[in-house]
Ligand binder design. Structure first.
Ligand SMILES: Nc1nc2c(c(=O)[nH]1)N[C@H]1C(S)=C(S)[C@@H](COP(=O)(O)OP(=O)(O)OC[C@H]3O[C@@H](n4cnc5c(=O)[nH]c(N)nc54)[C@H](O)[C@@H]3O)O[C@H]1N2
Ligand SMILES: Nc1nc2c(c(=O)[nH]1)N[C@H]1C(S)=C(S)[C@@H](COP(=O)(O)OP(=O)(O)OC[C@H]3O[C@@H](n4cnc5c(=O)[nH]c(N)nc54)[C@H](O)[C@@H]3O)O[C@H]1N2
Ligand code: SF4
Ligand SMILES: [Mo]
Length: 738
């Protein structure tokens, strides 16, 4: 269990910085009566992660202890200066302000935005949601609709196979579109040491197919790499499907038994001939054929995706065609086969060899006042939240509460975002450091972080309901109690407690519901609890409630501090006799979008002489979006984000490594330092996101980096369903700054 020396103790715990949820070992030392973390490493005794960790996780000691950590909550005065405020006073003041705003403008004037750090900490977003429901507002937004919303929209338009997806460790072919899991640990290869897993799989004979305009860390290992033009993934998928149908390589029995719309799909992809696709996407025709044949001819395979393809427009169509590719090939776990992702900390369910048919994906719930957008299966359109704040009139958003998110770093169109945040009557952000959003806030609430709260692996398991091929590939579970104390002289709160205190002050009760998003896939009722003045639970009790219907009881999980793989011998049951739902291969809206794509003048689209380069996003190995940039161990004295350019393009531009350039779109521009990268397709430049300060701080590019969100407009090219704008494949010009 834990090892003790005279001064230090080493304990197993959970890193919840990203969805991988690695089991790690933390060294805890006494710091004048308080437990302090001084080192984090992988945990060799963890049965799933087997000692694996990444640089971000290994910096958790610094993330808890660094000088820039927020130790007290802050309130902004009229002159813009911040002063300390106790969390109890802040909760009362903010609650009164919210009450006044609701009285004057109605409940819709109050919105919540939830960022990524809360994925692994279900108490926070869940209680924020309960608070919003109680005051009568449906304005609950998350980072999901500026991430991969196409995943949930495609579940709604295509349906989901209830037997689940095959095990990567057994597969003989795997396709990855626009993700780089070796770095991100999140897109399509199980996140437990993805580099090692991939190496083992390739040694075993797995054929990896990668779609990426860059020879990414993952593409480097590919058997077939389609180094396509950015933004053409839907053409490639339509082309592959066309080949697979024409050559009759699809699983005809599976298609007949479980799908609808085959003939219509066949007709719609017919235009995407190999010659057309090769020319349009800029890929060799033989590689396109090879990709289709290798995927379709494999016995066990699956296709997955990441953010790169999601950001370059038509995110729903791409995910839809990816789902169709999987379905045509019957790339799923069938009756009698072992389930890859049995539940552990989630309620038990019976996986069946049948389809959950399509369901309504948008056009319900709260309507936005811009661009005809509505609530969706992926959540509310976050790209339109700045407009909801700026647009005067009934329903205007006047108060925004950010739960561990950083709109100034992460929302598209940073200029509009700053205007919106400055216009709010009330901006509150829960954070652990002074983010660029916090600098604009009226209240910055200082929070406890990872090791100061209990941790558990349930979110890492639940992620499987929101996409394909993600989540633990076994009935793995881990729970960790709080292992350190908050820093000396700090006044930190957990986000959920702050909502609870506000509710008590306003004499409201809160109904907390666990995992509302997963209800469709779970047979047992969702766990819920009521909180009011008479009942304040601990976080531990909230977690107990969240796990009250778990297949493996929480008390059982707690017996294994290093994590445990529970009984994973769960098999897919046969299809119910009366089951009629089918996977839809030709959703009307998706087929209309495919027709729209075919009607485009792609040569004109690709040829933009005034903005001759295409900007694409990619992730930084050492930072989790905007978090971690201030930590020396992680930034290596290079806290900025360079623009990566192909050396031959650099030559043509007459620029060298370290030169300062301006990257411009038709609407805005940012400075950046050049770094050569011959892994890029010619004409494509890449830069990591979530850097930069406020909009008048371009001159601090070497200290803060530059914000790629500035290159994005939310009101020109955007997805009509989720509102997500073009966040990749953006035409840009590059000019040297003298
Ligand atoms: N241009 C461009 N824009 C993008 C992307 C892109 O690739 N390019 N990616 C998009 C994607 S995929 C996403 S998910 C979003 C991310 O959008 P966000 O989630 O809004 O952005 P983060 O930078 O992850 O914000 C996390 C904030 O939480 C704080 N934090 C860290 N730990 C804790 C904690 O324990 N508690 C609390 N309360 N706060 C904490 C951090 O200091 C930081 O300020 O950005 C999207 N935006
Ligand atoms: N180290 C680290 N890990 C992270 C994060 C982080 O910031 N840092 N963020 C986390 C979050 S919030 C998320 S959502 C995930 C995202 O995880 P991923 O989606 O794997 O993110 P990236 O590593 O940026 O990989 C995107 C890939 O898409 C490629 N690409 C760009 N444009 C296109 C295109 O048009 N088509 C195709 N086919 N490819 C394209 C890029 O070259 C890049 O290799 O990562 C998570 N994990
Ligand atoms: S991969 Fe994710 S969960 Fe694992 S150590 Fe790194 S940041 Fe933590
Ligand atoms: Mo994300």
């Amino acid at each position: 269990m834990s090892t003790k020396s005279n001064t230090a103790e080493t304990v197993p715990t959970v890193c919840r910085l990203c969805i991988a949820h690695c089991g790690v070992l933390a060294t805890i030392e006494d710091d004048n009566g308080r437990r302090k973390v001084t080192k984090v490493t992988g945990d060799p005794d963890n049965p799933l992660f087997k000692g694996y960790s990444c640089p971000k996780g290994r910096a958790l000691d610094d993330l808890h202890n660094h000088d820039g950590r927020l130790l007290n909550s802050l309130k902004k005065a009229d002159d813009g200066s911040f002063s300390k405020i106790s969390n109890s006073d802040a909760a009362i003041e903010v609650a009164d302000k919210i009450k006044a705003l609701i009285d004057q403008y109605g409940p819709r004037s109050v919105a919540i935005y939830v960022g990524t750090p809360n994925v692994g900490y279900p108490a926070a977003a869940g209680m924020g949601n309960a608070f919003l429901r109680t005051i009568g507002s449906r304005m609950f937004f998350t980072s999901n609709t500026i991430d991969q919303p196409g995943k949930q929209i495609s579940l709604a338009t295509h349906g989901k196979w209830l037997g689940g997806e095959p095990d990567f460790d057994q597969a003989d072919a795997w396709l990855l579109m626009g993700g780089n899991p070796i770095i991100s640990k999140s897109a399509g290869i199980p996140g437990q040491n993805p580099a090692q897993k991939l190496k083992e799989a390739i040694t075993r004979g797995l054929k990896l197919i990668v779609l990426d305009p860059r020879v990414s860390d993952t593409a480097r290992k590919a058997h077939i790499h389609l180094q396509s033009r950015p933004g053409e993934d839907h053409s490639i998928l339509a082309g592959m499907i066309n080949i697979i149908i024409a050559e009759k390589l699809y699983d005809q029995d599976f298609v007949t038994e479980n799908t609808s719309g085959f003939e219509s799909l066949k007709n719609h992809v017919a235009n995407f001939t190999p010659e057309y696709v090769a020319d349009r996407a800029g890929v060799p025709i033989d590689k396109l054929f090879a990709a289709a044949r290798v995927f379709a001819n494999a016995k066990i395979r699956h296709a997955n995706s990441g953010t790169g393809s999601s950001f370059s427009m038509y995110c729903n169509l791409k995910e839809y065609l990816l789902a169709c590719l999987n379905t045509l090939c019957g790339a799923y776990t069938k009756a009698g086969e072992k389930v890859t992702r049995p539940n552990a900390m989630l309620p038990a369910y019976t996986p069946k060899a049948q389809a959950l048919g399509p369901f309504k994906g948008w056009g319900f719930g709260e309507k936005l006042r811009v661009r005809g957008l509505t609530d969706t299966a992926a959540g509310m359109p976050t790209a339109a939240l700045a407009d909801e704040i700026l647009l005067a009139g009934e329903g205007q958003v006047k108060a925004l509460i950010c739960i561990g998110g950083n709109p100034m770093a992460a929302w598209p169109d940073q200029r509009k975002t700053q205007q919106a945040l400055e216009k709010l009557d009330l901006l509150l952000t829960f954070d652990v450091e002074m983010s660029s959003t916090a600098r604009l806030a009226d209240y910055v609430i200082a929070c406890k972080q990872t090791f100061e709260t209990p941790g558990m692996s349930q979110s890492g398991e639940a992620i499987k309901f929101f996409g394909f091929g993600i989540g633990f590939p076994s009935a793995y579970a881990q729970y960790s109690p709080r292992i350190v104390d908050p820093p000396h002289d700090s006044d930190l709160v957990e986000e959920w407690e702050f909502f609870y205190h506000m509710a008590c002050h306003l004499d409201l009760s809160l109904s907390y519901v666990a995992f509302f998003g997963a209800a469709k896939y779970i047979e047992s009722p969702m766990a819920m609890m009521m909180l009011d003045k008479n009942y304040k639970p601990s976080t531990e009790e909230i977690y107990q409630t969240i796990c009250s219907n778990s297949r493996i009881p929480l008390d059982e999980v707690k017996k294994y501090p290093h994590g445990y793989i529970f009984d994973s011998e769960v098999f897919v049951a046969p299809k119910d006799a009366d089951h009629e739902e089918r996977l839809a291969l030709a959703d009307k809206v998706m087929m209309e979008q495919l027709e729209e794509v075919y009607a485009q003048d792609y040569q004109a689209m690709h040829n933009t002489p005034d903005f001759p380069f295409r900007y694409i996003p990619r992730r930084h190995n050492n930072f989790m979006n905007s978090a971690g940039r201030s930590i020396k161990k992680l930034n290596g004295d290079k806290p900025w984000n360079p623009v990566w350019i192909h050396p031959k393009d650099m030559q043509a531009l007459d620029i060298s490594n370290g030169d300062l350039v301006r990257i411009a779109t038709e609407h805005d521009s940012i400075p950046a330092m050049v770094e050569a990268d011959d892994s890029l397709r010619r004409g494509v430049v890449a830069m990591a996101h979530a850097f930069g300060g406020l909009i008048d701080e371009d001159h601090r590019y070497k200290e803060l980096g530059s914000n790629t969100g500035r290159l994005i407009r939310t009101d020109i090219d955007y997805d009509p369903i989720t509102g997500m704008p073009r966040m990749g494949n953006i035409p840009v010009s590059i000019t040297r700054k003298k």
